[in-house]
Design a binder for this molecule. Structure first.
Ligand code: G3I
Length: 342
């Protein structure tokens, strides 16, 4: 039976999945085998975030990520890193917010960032071919750069620039990615404009950003079919990003089915159609090098635990290519078809 990675290889694309150190994911042999069969890449869903790797000042814990990456190595999977700095303060460990940055706070903030980025990138070394260096720096409400304990000491642009330079110094082999959502539920035109402004500013500074990660948590509210505004807008965004010379990755693909009918057959067909339209458009850019899913089976998807915008009918979401029994759904076929299409 055809696999996603074979289909993608025919056009030079990598396929990946986000794996989590949980009993029903990394702890489940069938789910691991499915990932290894369909994918050539894994990324840790949470285990390489700052909270996980340095939960307390100076106390590093690489155990979960090492276990997953060691398995990936044995299976011949490549590894992506997510994420050195997740920009909104709420996604950094709480201790950073109250950290004493010393008499020269800018120098103290720089030291803390440098130590984390150096320790983490050197720990994984050449095992990680691509790093999300900075994640979600732009506020979708107004397109402005978000604030955190580092930006308040260093200035937002200078702090982002510094993160990339540190990553380049300590992981010179790795592709360096700016990762954000831009579309979907929380994205907006202001968000996309803000990301473009950020990318232009980084270009002007000579910041070593190689690629832009398009998270791609898509949904029916931004249907990109030809002739629809969302599609035109998305093309304009991708044209602008590629026009600046950046490569692209789809880094966190899934489909939010919140506004699709409850009936499973209709819902699964709707999810598949949204995915096909989105992937046909986005993968038409030859700059896209990676297609990474944010979980491959419905019961492991973050969409099921994220309670900010649940389905009104109380049904659970079906936004990934496999069901709870690891049987492929219409979304699998849609992805396969999109990866194959030239
Ligand atoms: O592991 C603990 C568990 O011990 C505890 O009992 C439980 C109680 O809340 O929390 C568990 O941790 C949760 C963790 O997921 C593992 O399930 C965290 O609370 C929860 O915040 C965390 O959510 C993750 C979220 O990022 C925040 O880190 C999601 O799994 C993960 O899918 C999501 O991924 C993000 C990307 O990193 C960035 N882009 C958006 C994407 C989706 O939100």
């Amino acid at each position: 039976q055809a696999t996603l990675k074979e289909a993608a290889a025919s056009r030079g694309l990598r396929v990946g999945n986000a794996m989590a150190h949980a009993p029903d994911r990394f702890g489940n042999a069938a789910y691991r085998a499915l990932t290894a069969r369909q994918c050539g890449v894994i990324v840790c869903e949470n285990e390489t975030k700052w909270q996980a790797l340095q939960p307390r000042p100076g106390a590093y814990d690489f155990a979960a990520a090492d276990a997953m990456f060691a398995w990936a190595g044995r299976e011949g999977l490549q590894r992506r890193g997510h994420t050195l700095v997740w920009q909104p303060g709420k996604w950094l460990p709480a201790w950073i917010e109250s950290h004493d940055f010393g008499a020269r706070p800018a120098a103290g903030a720089e030291r803390l960032l440098a130590t984390h980025i150096r320790t983490v990138t050197e720990h994984f070394g050449r095992d990680v071919y691509s790093w999300d260096v900075v994640n979600e720096a732009v506020d979708p409400a107004d397109g402005a750069l978000r604030a955190n304990a580092f930006t308040r000491r260093l200035g937002a642009i200078d702090q982002i620039d510094l993160c990339f330079r540190l990553a380049r110094t300590h992981a010179p082999h790795a592709q360096l990615v700016y990762n954000d959502y831009m579309r979907g539920d929380a994205g907006s035109a202001k968000h996309r404009a803000g990301v473009l402004k950020l990318l232009e500013a980084l270009k002007a500074k000579g910041t070593p950003v190689d690629a832009v990660g398009l998270q791609s948590h898509i949904g029916s509210w931004d249907d990109v079919r030809d002739g629809k505004d969302a599609g035109r807008e998305w093309r304009r965004f991708l044209d602008a990003v590629t026009g600046m010379g950046y490569r692209l990755l789809i880094t966190e693909f899934d489909v939010n089915d919140r506004e699709l009918p409850g009936d499973i057959a209709r819902r699964d067909a709707g999810v598949a159609a949204l995915a096909k339209d989105y992937l046909d458009l986005t993968l038409s850019y030859p700059q896209v090098t990676d297609f990474v899913m944010w979980g491959m089976a419905d019961h492991v998807s973050w969409l099921r635990t994220w309670d900010e915008a649940p389905r009104k009918d109380g049904l659970t979401m079906r936004g990934t290519p496999y069901d709870e029994a690891l049987r492929p759904k219409p979304l699998f076929d849609a992805i396969l078809a999109a990866l194959r299409a030239m």
